[in-house]
Ligand binder design. Structure first.
Ligand SMILES: Cc1cc2nc3c(=O)[nH]c(=O)nc-3n(C[C@H](O)[C@H](O)[C@H](O)COP(=O)(O)OP(=O)(O)OC[C@H]3O[C@@H](n4cnc5c(N)ncnc54)[C@H](O)[C@@H]3O)c2cc1C
Length: 386
């Protein structure tokens, strides 16, 4: 295993650290209160190349390794989890389907602006009646002269409704069975729907208990016509295509989890050294020391799993199981670490005025997004032969 970064990747990770601490972190409390996607920050990050981290230079990106991407996400997530969430959704599920499965014309038209940071990418699978059960989606794409007519509804669509969003990529069922009776025979395809396409509307931004800056909405498609050139990849292989990009999404959620755990560990350690009770800093109490030592140890274990999954992708080896294990472990560690870090802060840790409380609220979704942790168990168990 070799997790070392190239010189240019090290430079980029340092750039991320600097940008995150100077530009993102000071705005995090206000961004939380405003609950708005900070697209001005994302545009600045785009100018630095960060929105094209996993896309080769040929298509406007900077062609970073997955290991480098994880290291960069760790720095961004230390400052603000919402910004990191928008960035990771853009870089992984928002951009990769176009790069991996699109043709050159589609890459030029839609991927290049995403990779160059001029637009924000989004992908939607989830629907009101289908989340974990991806094959249960009902959004239907029916063949029409020269294109497809799309009808359906999507839930929890991230990055779709900002002033930087160009439209969306989505998964739709491509045969006439809408009731799910012939599920084995169903086929699924990926389509691009640009904003302002007639029949495409969206609901208001939803309010999560965390990731408050992330733009997440319901989307509606009422007989939306898209031309043939909006179909991305094989019309029968959309689900498999999406699931394969989701594997990278899981590594990036694991990276966000590492950054959250590191952030709350740093805050709790600093607070424990300053807070005096019974005549001494609370860090002198073994009960507090052991909590911090446990968080640090679990973080390191999660970090190794995450970097190994990223490394396997970089060397072209299968990484399905490892990505699920990394996401499962790292998100659990983050949720538990955030809870313990609040505990170490006592009452002030419960108040949204303190950053640790915001990270605590941001933690829970890490066990839900990009496949819940129960689904990660299912994936891992399957690889064991179950
Ligand atoms: C902030 C946020 C942003 C999101 N962004 C996007 C996005 O951009 N694009 C997108 O497509 N989706 C997005 N999602 C949706 C997310 O991926 C789903 O919420 C997630 O996959 C779970 O689906 P569900 O909510 O329908 O829950 P369900 O699938 O209904 O699951 C409910 C519960 O049942 C459990 N469960 C389900 N099946 C099984 C099983 N076989 N075995 C054991 N337990 C099971 C689940 O683990 C969960 O605990 C987002 C969600 C959130 C909260």
């Amino acid at each position: 295993m070799d997790f070392s970064l190239t010189e240019s990747e090290r430079d980029l990770v340092n750039l991320c650290r600097e940008f995150a601490q100077k530009e993102i972190a000071p705005r995090a409390p206000l961004a939380w209160d405003e609950a708005r996607c900070p697209t001005d920050l994302l545009r600045e990050m785009g100018a630095l190349g960060l929105l094209g981290m996993l896309i080769p230079e040929q298509w406007g990106g900077i062609g970073m390794s997955t290991v480098g991407f994880v290291a960069a996400m760790e720095q961004i997530g230390l400052a603000d989890q919402s910004v990191a969430a928008a960035l990771q959704a853009h870089v992984t599920i928002g951009s990769l389907p176009l790069y991996l499965f699109g043709n050159d014309a589609q890459r030029e038209r839609w991927l290049r602006p995403l990779a160059e940071g001029r637009a924000l990418g989004a992908f939607g699978l989830t629907e009101p009646d289908a989340g974990s059960d991806a094959r249960g989606i009902r959004t239907l794409a029916v063949r029409r002269d020269g294109g497809w007519l799309i009808h359906g509804q999507k839930a929890f669509f991230s990055n779709a409704g900002t002033d930087m969003s160009f439209g969306v990529t989505l998964l739709a069922r491509t045969e006439s069975d809408t009731e799910g009776e012939e599920r084995e025979g169903s086929t699924f395809a990926t389509f691009v729907v640009e904003k302002d396409t007639p029949g495409f509307t969206m609901g208001p931004k939803m309010r999560g208990i965390g990731w408050r800056g992330l733009d997440t909405r319901e989307l509606f498609f009422e007989d939306v016509f898209v031309a043939d050139d909006h179909l991305v990849g094989d019309p029968a292989m959309g689900l498999g295509q999406f699931l394969s990009t989701l594997e990278v999404g899981r590594i990036s959620i694991a990276a966000l989890s590492l950054s959250l755990t590191q952030a709350v560990l740093d805050m709790a350690t600093e607070y424990a050294q300053q807070r005096v009770q019974f005549g001494q800093p609370i860090s002198k109490f073994q009960a507090i020391q052991f909590k911090l030592a446990d968080i640090a140890t679990e973080l390191e274990a999660a970090r190794w799993l995450t970097y190994r999954a990223a490394y396997l992708r970089d060397i072209g080896e299968p990484f399905l199981k490892e990505a699920s294990m990394a996401k499962l472990k790292a998100s659990r560690v983050a949720v538990s670490a955030a809870s313990e870090a609040v505990q170490i802060h006592g009452g002030i840790g419960y108040m949204l005025e303190s950053p640790v409380a915001r990270f605590y609220c941001d933690a829970k979704v890490l066990e839900i997004g990009e496949g819940t942790n129960e689904i990660q168990h299912v994936v891992i168990a399957r690889t064991l032969g179950c």
